[in-house]
Design a protein around this ligand. Structure first.
Ligand SMILES: [Zn+2]
Length: 61
């Protein structure tokens, strides 16, 4: 199984060489947890993390 990484720019979790959302190759595997964003329009968390799209995102502490 491929290792999951988190994009440093948009926090999207992905596997592979670069972020499928923003195309950044800057990623870290040192994230502490993840959230699944289903309704970004209606979520306080998405406002805090500046997330506008559905998906899996990393949480760093
Ligand atoms: Zn990204």
């Amino acid at each position: 199984m491929a290792k999951q990484k988190a994009c440093k720019k948009c926090k999207t979790i992905f596997t592979g060489a670069k972020c499928p959302k923003c195309g950044s190759e800057e990623a870290t595997d040192a994230f502490k947890g993840k959230i699944v964003m289903l309704n970004p329009e209606q979520s306080e968390i998405s406002e805090k993390l500046k997330i506008k799209e559905k998906g899996e995102y990393a949480i760093r502490t």
